[in-house]
Design a binder for this molecule. Structure first.
Ligand code: ATP
Ligand code: MG
Length: 248
């Protein structure tokens, strides 16, 4: 049985005269991973920020588990884990300390014992293969390790919804593959929206793909559906035909 976990309805955001997101409708079902694609400036990050209550919509609605991002901000924030382009890592804390700091915020002490919290941190360190850097100050980590830590921090409180804004930006091939494996492990139990400029990443990970152009979602579907709609083979060709076709 499918249930709507995320529901965007005519959602918009303007900055002055600039419309960043232009009346989008989108549904993401429970357990689904959706890749949001679009060229630079298409409105992906703005959409993610509205969903995670970091920026307020100018119009329309966004709901997570039936809670409205404007009216029920506290509830929505509890349901969401986010890893953004500007990550929230505390540079002077070690990997372990950053995880423990986030666990302190996101794991309710009325619900989780100290042992639960400790076990959770150990599981995340193991899942993300962070053992060798656990004592390292975050400012000394390479970009790839920082991305991994950022995602680990986003999911420490076991959120129902995970928003990943360009999770593998600038990573080498091996680090990217390793992060894909970590993201794969998050699938099914959680609902995930991921933005990326890497078509093979969306192909490898996403159940469904949405393509944004100039603030609008112009096409949504599985890879096969998008291939059928455009008559193209492979996501890169689909994307190029849609992006270059402009207003479809
Ligand atoms: N705080 C802001 N003030 C003014 N304009 C903004 C602001 N944030 C975003 N914009 C504008 O909104 C549009 C959408 O930006 P957004 O960051 O959502 O794009 P994006 O799809 O995430 O792009 P990228 O792939 O480069 O990350 C762009 O034209 C951008 O310049
Ligand atoms: Mg962006």
């Amino acid at each position: 049985m499918e249930s709507k976990l995320i529901s965007l309805n005519n959602l918009s955001k303007s900055y002055g005269s600039k419309t960043a997101v232009d009346g989008i409708d989108l549904i993401v079902n429970e357990g689904e991973m959706l890749a949001l694609l679009g060229v630079n400036g298409a409105g992906k990050t703005t959409t993610i920020k509205m969903l995670s209550c970091l920026t307020r919509p100018s119009g329309g609605t966004a709901q997570v588990c039936g809670y409205d991002v404007v009216k029920d901000t506290d509830k929505v924030k509890k349901l969401i884990g986010i890893s953004t382009q500007e990550t929230a890592i505390a540079r002077n804390l070690s990997v372990e300390e950053n995880l423990s700091f986030m666990a302190g915020i996101y794991m309710d002490p009325d619900k989780y014992s100290r042992k639960d919290i400790k076990d959770r941190i150990e599981k995340i360190i193991a899942d993300f293969r962070l053992e060798e850097v656990r004592k390292t100050k975050s400012c000394k980590l390479s970009g790839g390790w920082q991305r991994k830590l950022s995602i680990a921090m986003a999911i420490i409180g076991d959120p129902k919804v995970i928003l990943l804004d360009e999770p593998t930006l600038g990573l080498d091939v091996l680090a990217r593959r390793e992060l894909w494996r970590a993201i794969e492990k998050l699938k099914k139990k959680r609902t995930i929206i991921l933005t990326t400029h890497y078509m093979e990443e969306a192909e490898a990970l996403a159940d469904r793909i949405a393509i944004m152009i100039s603030g609008k979602i112009v096409m949504t579907g599985t890879l096969t559906e998008l291939e059928e709609k455009t008559g193209q083979k492979g996501l890169e060709n689909v994307f190029i035909s849609v992006a270059e076709g402009g207003t479809l």
